[in-house]
Design a protein around this ligand. Structure first.
Ligand code: PLP
Length: 417
């Protein structure tokens, strides 16, 4: 199965949650803001903004260094955020949580540290054709350094599902690592990552899940997924920019060399050599993003008060509603699956460049994204340079999607004239 359908949970008054997001209550170009760029970054609710403010007003100090009260509080807050992140994805221990700048840095950390230790010439790194540049370029750099080779599991045309009928052909004993996105940021495909990780594990292949688009949108359980690594970004799930999480299975993290050197990560430094702390601290050189971790913790608490299962259902409803509504327009090409899609739609209007769609929509207060979405190889495979994308979060409404459909019809008329 290449899509995921979730069982229903009790209903919620979604529109009441909008009041938690002060930024949504504004006009853009004289029109009420409709924010449909959530796959790029989400907005931040009051509890996250309050946590950041409280941290800086009351507890700000550097972590792990001082023995004064504020430093103790900052350290406690930072480590509590780590424990919260472990619970959020059901890691076995907080030691499996490395704080990073985001999904991109998490993937680079694995490529540089794990990759440098384990990859040999001729080894294969298996990716898929729908990966974000963040889950391609770090592996290209690694392949160039080590003589390893990249392979890509194909995507099946505009519907965008992974061609699982070819998995055996690609997932072979030469593969050392299989890195796959959970949710595609431009197709809205939800990949069956637990099944993919299980298939990889049978062959002893290490797995990495890019959860940038899923962590804030559905329940995540790394033990159920059975992955070795999983990376995500705080800013795509109501948290601040500059903070993210890399999960790694403890024994794997422990065996990996440090990623960067500096303060915080060492046990003892001599002029010519040093020793490091245990994971995860040996991967966190220098002063970390302490306020980011505090804000991320508040975001996780906020999402879990709503319920990630509920958020996933709501996403799927908005995604399905938008796909059905937009497919009624003549002269539109929609990408990704009709059913079981995440809460986003990518599309092209005949004879209108995606950037023109986004520019005119912006004049109507609608924030879309147009471009290659950091999926250039996928775009080439689909035979396009770019798409326009509307990506939703739980504070979006079907009325906003109606407004998008109207705006697109107006854009078609305008460009036809
Ligand atoms: C699927 C996917 N992976 C990775 C990333 C990179 O995330 P970040 O820029 O927060 O590191 C993104 C960002 O859009 C993404 O959509």
């Amino acid at each position: 199965m290449n899509t995921t359908t979730l069982p229903a949970t009790p209903a919620l008054d979604w529109s009441s949650l909008r009041a938690d997001f002060p930024i949504l209550d504004q006009k853009v170009h004289g029109q009420p803001l409709i924010y449909f760029d959530n796959a790029a970054t989400t907005q931040k609710p009051h509890p996250v903004l309050d946590a950041l403010r409280h941290y800086y007003e009351c507890d700000n100090a550097n972590v792990h260094r001082g023995i004064h009260e504020l430093s103790n509080r900052a350290t406690a807050a930072f480590e509590a955020a780590r424990a919260r992140a472990a619970a959020f994805i059901n890691a076995r221990s907080a030691d499996e949580i490395v704080f990073t700048r985001g999904a991109t840095e998490g993937i680079n950390l694995v490529a540089q540290s794990w990759g440098a230790k384990y990859l040999r010439p001729g080894d294969v790194l298996l990716l898929t054709e729908m990966e974000h540049h963040s889950n391609i370029v770090p592996w290209q750099l690694l392949a160039q350094r080590t003589g390893a080779r990249l392979a890509f599991l194909p995507v099946t045309g505009d519907i965008g599902l992974l061609d699982l009928s070819r998995l055996d052909e690609f997932l072979t004993r030469e593969v050392k690592l299989f890195a796959v996105t959970h949710i595609s940021n431009s197709l809205g495909v939800i990949n069956p990552v637990a099944e993919l990780c299980a298939r990889a594990r049978k062959l002893g292949v290490t797995t990495l899940v890019d959860a940038a688009q899923s962590a804030g949108h559905r329940p995540l359980d790394v033990q159920d997924l059975g992955c070795d690594f999983l990376a995500f970004s705080g800013h795509k799930m109501c948290g601040p920019t500059g903070i993210g999480v890399l999960y790694g299975r403890q024994e794997i993290l422990e065996a990996m060399p440090p990623y960067q050197g500096g303060g915080e990560m060492i046990l003892n430094v001599e002029f010519h050599q040093s020793t490091w702390k245990h994971a995860p601290h040996k991967f966190e050189a220098g002063t970390p993003d302490i306020s980011g971790a505090v804000g991320l913790r508040a975001a996780m608490d906020y999402l879990d008060r709503i319920g990630r299962q509920r958020i996933a259902e709501h996403d799927q409803q908005l995604g399905a509603y938008a796909f059905a509504l937009l497919s009624r327009l003549k002269g539109i090409r929609l990408f990704g699956p009709r059913v079981g899609r995440a809460g986003l739609v990518s599309f092209l209007l005949d004879d209108v460049h995606a950037h023109d769609v986004v520019t005119v929509a912006d004049q109507r207060g609608i924030a879309l994204r147009g471009g290659h979405h950091c999926n250039q190889p996928l775009m080439r495979k689909l035979g396009v340079q770019s798409t326009a994308r509307a990506s939703f979060y739980f504070y979006n409404t079907t009325a906003e999607i109606d407004r998008l459909a109207e705006a697109l019809a107006e854009i078609q008329k305008f460009f036809a004239a």
